[in-house]
Design a protein around this ligand. Structure first.
Ligand SMILES: O=c1[nH]cnc2c1ncn2[C@@H]1O[C@H](CO)[C@@H](O)[C@H]1O
Ligand SMILES: [Zn+2]
Length: 334
């Protein structure tokens, strides 16, 4: 199937993993920052995770370079604008971008300023391109939980003005959810929607916990429910959407090759699935490429793509007005 012209929805895209390599170079030069190389293809090589990264931890090391140049309001705005520009160019008509405000404080920005800067870049792109967008704030596992509380507080004023949800990202230890019950309860009480990275590299129980202990409405990845019938049944019964990022899952060694990835099985089994990039640069991909790779491995039908699209509309954290617009696009295209 040719996905190039079809409308797309991306629900799982990290800002710091989706910076254009040329922009990293330009920002570093502008900021007088020393780089290991000034060749943009070498910069790209430093940012892209190898096809066979030893683990999620190694994958996450690819974020250091882009984060180092994303410490000013101007840089954050520019990067946010460009991510929407890149997404719009491949017919992504709605995107939820995510980032961790706590990673952008190295040069004196406050969390509120970092969030405002990202929203500013997104607003400019929304005005210019055929794309709608919202922002998800990530709390980072492996760092003090206090930073999650600060993130929630910093984002509060922006709820309903571009910020829609809270996420937990970073390393995934078995049983992590029990440490985040209070944070997630607070997030919900404040009006944040909730999506949680879980079941990315091995532990289906983490998906169950994220749903039952934390109240996750969507799961980032969640792919390991394929190995646990009860976890899979829970995801289906609660209509929790999985934000599936196939290439990223191969890079982190969740699955040895695309042919073993459960995404097509999920779609055929009635699981609500969205297909996203995770990280446009670190995974060197686009939503179109992700769909092509799934199609090459499993042959997606148009009806299956429609199902993915509709599930993505249902699961996204947009207003009902935006959702109706996205569904109308679907009618128009098919
Ligand atoms: O697939 C992933 N799993 C877990 N954490 C991730 C993934 N991709 C990116 N990040 C983490 O989220 C932070 C905020 O955007 C990134 O800096 C990275 O550490
Ligand atoms: Zn992710």
């Amino acid at each position: 199937m040719n996905f190039t012209q079809l409308p797309k929805i991306e629900l799982h895209c990290h800002l710091d993993g989706s910076v254009r390599p040329q922009t990293v170079l330009a920002l570093a030069l502008q900021q007088g920052m020393a780089l290991p190389t000034e060749d943009s293809s070498e910069i790209q090589a430093l940012m892209v995770a190898p096809p066979s990264c030893p683990s999620l931890i190694e994958y996450l090391q690819r974020f250091e370079l882009p984060i180092s140049v994303m410490q000013t309001a101007e840089a954050l705005s520019r990067v946010a604008f460009e991510v929407l520009e890149d997404a719009a160019a491949e017919q992504v008509r709605y995107i939820e971008v995510r980032f961790a405000p706590s990673f952008h404080l190295q040069q004196g920005l406050g969390m509120e300023q970092a969030i405002a800067a990202v929203l500013d870049g997104m607003d400019k792109a929304k005005a210019q391109f055929a794309i709608d967008a919202n922002l998800i704030l990530c709390g980072m596992r492996g760092f003090p939980i206090e930073l999650c509380h600060q993130t929630l507080k910093a984002g509060q004023a922006f709820l309903g003005k571009g910020v829609v949800a809270f996420d937990l990202a970073g390393r995934e230890d078995p049983g992590f959810s029990k440490d985040y019950v209070e944070v997630c309860q607070k997030a919900k009480a404040m009006g944040y929607r909730l999506t949680i990275h879980a079941g990315e590299t091995g532990c289906a129980q983490n998906v169950v916990d994220a749903i039952e202990l934390l109240g996750a409405e969507r799961i980032g990845h969640g792919v390991y429910v394929c190995q646990d019938a009860q976890a899979l049944a829970l995801v289906k019964a609660r209509k929790v959407a999985l934000e599936v990022c196939p290439t990223s899952n191969i890079q982190t060694k969740a699955f040895a090759e695309m042919a073993r990835h459960p995404v097509a099985e999920f779609v055929r089994d009635g699981v609500a699935v969205n297909i996203s990039t995770d990280n446009r640069t670190v995974s060197d991909t686009t939503v179109t490429t992700e769909l092509d790779r799934v199609d090459q491995a499993f042959v997606l039908t148009i009806e299956e793509y429609r199902r993915i699209y509709r599930a993505s509309v249902a699961a996204c954290f947009a207003t009902s007005e935006i959702k109706e617009g996205l569904l109308a696009l679907n009618d128009h295209w098919w």
